[in-house]
Design a protein around this ligand. Sequence first.
Ligand code: SF4
Length: 64
Amino acid sequence: MSSVKIDKEKCIGCGLCESMCPEVFELRSDGKAYVKNPSGCKSESCNCKDVAASCPVQAITYEE
Ligand code: SF4
């Protein structure tokens, strides 16, 4: 069972995760990213491993 999490303390709200994978990540009005659909990491269009590696502050944890 895979899981994807965001450390809200680390997130700087850059929006990269949402732009890479909008079906999973969502930037909300508090300026932090949220996981809205963790099962989206299994889809063709989204590679949560890449998104986690691309976050500039390593706020995303993805376990396959
Ligand atoms: S890529 Fe990282 S820092 Fe940027 S919004 Fe997503 S979780 Fe936050």
